[in-house]
Design a protein around this ligand. Sequence first.
Ligand code: DGL
Length: 263
Amino acid sequence: MNNNAPVGVFDSGVGGLSVLAEIRQRLPNESLLYVADSAHVPYGEKSPEFIRQRCREIAQFLLGQGAKALVLACNTATVAGAADLRELYPDLPIVGMEPAVKPAAATTRSGVVGVLATTGTLKSAKFAALLDRFAGDVRVVTQPCPGLVEQIEAGDLNGPVTRALLERYVQPLLAAGCDTLILGCTHYPFIKPLLRQMVPADISLIDTGAAVAKQLQRLLAERNLLAWPSDVKQHFWCSADPQKMQSVLPALGLDNAEVMAFK
Ligand code: DGL
């Protein structure tokens, strides 16, 4: 495998771009391929079987494009499809995401932690196992957030509808005494500035993008697969209307990115 082969990253939509940004920052020499499965967003309300199948198709496409590693930049896809992909491709470095329960449980002062995530993530056996393993005595209050991903997909990061939805989801967590909120969906870092305005300054907001970039670095280094400085490439595909995704990208901090159609 060529060190300068790209890393394949995917999500149900634009959420994984929050992870892509962390990878770009930590591993500036890596070429990156990104697939947004926008024709099927949100994954949060879909069956694990459906998502698993999408993961297989996208992984196959990214490997066909020469990817040397895969990042499931989506918590919901990780609970549904990561184990399956690891079984299919045992030698491939595959990085998944999970809500940051471990660091939150280690740092909470109030002993109450809130998790904002999709319904699919919160009702998965993998999430239950994560709580069993790391929550300890900490009380973990979960909050599914239907509708929020759609707002972010539309590039609406602080309009009245997004604001009202987020208020509705965050208030019960604050009322329960949470001093730490876990952003358990890769779309949510894009509304972190809005969330920051809504919660007291001493509430910690934790997401997993940086930890995922670090884990990718570790897996690539272990296999001697880190890229050498060279001409770094970045390509984007989307399974819905590429123009529509392209028009949203500047709001998410990506200017001049061309998006291609993924079938
Ligand atoms: N970005 C995703 C996640 O991290 C999924 C959002 C969705 O499609 O429901 O869970």
